[in-house]
Design a protein around this ligand. Structure first.
Ligand code: ADE
Length: 278
């Protein structure tokens, strides 16, 4: 639910961050489960725990450090979120995506959202990297429900080009250049926290989903509401229920995240400067 006070809260949170950190970021990265190490690549980092930022939702998920790190990265001013808050942790969709509002206030015009996802497309295997082309929101709600605040964006934001085509092309070109195998796919968002049943996965497959996860979509909706451009990259940490003959556990998800981390980071390193320049 978008609350009328959200704009002031975002301004206040951005001012707090500005008081702790001299850098004004123009690109942001959200690091999903097991990918938080990328923040170590920033020069002159300011690290602010989510819990210290006014109105920021706190992440309790294992594998999420829960810091905002702002610093310089190969000549860019970058904001990196080590982890994110989820709906399944008890946040509303608007709370979970509130960091997008704050980043926008700080001057961010582009976000790279990363996540761990379950593979539905049978071509995928554990560790596959997928450029998200579109999504299917099965979370049962939107972060924009409630009175619209025109200072953020329109009542009915367009979602035709939610996943920026130019950014996707850049990411795919860089993956090719680095010899990193990748796919393009459609991400279905479920609210979790239980993983899906095999029957639910069959339903999502018939709907056209290639991937399933429990994050990202509220952030994409809020980012697009403010006309912030989005690149989303999923790491297939496990095949979805019923597809591998094995049960899913969170440890496996984290383990795959760790295994592909270096490849994922190499891709981010290559993509970020190109995105910032486009
Ligand atoms: N994250 C990683 N694997 C997942 C799955 N199978 N379903 C939802 N979220 C996931």
């Amino acid at each position: 639910m978008l609350k009328p006070e959200a704009f002031l809260q975002a301004e206040y949170a951005a001012r707090f961050i500005g008081s702790k950190c001299p850098v004004r970021p123009n690109v942001a990265v959200v690091l999903g489960s097991g990918l938080g190490d990328f923040a170590n690549e920033l020069a002159q980092p300011s690290t602010i725990p989510f819990g210290e930022i006014p109105h920021f939702p706190v992440s309790t998920a294992i594998g999420h450090a829960g810091n905002l790190v702002i610093g310089n990265f190969v000549g860019l001013s970058l904001a990196v979120m080590q982890g994110r808050a989820h709906f399944y942790e008890g946040n509303t969709f608007a709370q979970a995506a509130f960091p997008m509002r704050v980043l926008h206030q700080l001057g961010v015009k582009a976000v790279v959202l990363t996540n761990a996802a379950g593979g539905i497309n049978p071509q995928y295997g554990r560790g596959a990297l997928v450029m998200v082309r579109d999504h299917i929101n099965m979370m049962g709600g939107s972060p924009l429900i409630g009175p619209n605040d025109d200072r953020f964006g329109p009542r009915f934001p367009d979602m035709t080009y939610a996943y920026d085509r130019e950014y996707r092309k850049i990411a795919e070109a860089e993956a090719k250049r680095l010899d990193i195998p990748y796919y393009e796919g459609i991400y279905a968002a479920m609210h979790g926290p239980s993983y899906e049943t095999p029957a639910e996965i069959q339903m999502l497959a018939r709907m056209g989903a290639d991937l399933v996860g429990m994050s990202t979509v509220p952030e994409v909706i809020v980012a697009r509401h403010m006309d912030v451009r989005v690149l989303a990259i999923s790491c297939v940490t496990n095949m979805a229920a019923g597809l591998s003959g094995e049960a899913i556990n969170h440890e496996e998800v984290l383990e795959t995240g760790r295994r592909v981390k270096d490849t994922f980071l190499a891709l981010l390193r290559a993509v970020l400067p190109k995105i910032a320049a486009s």
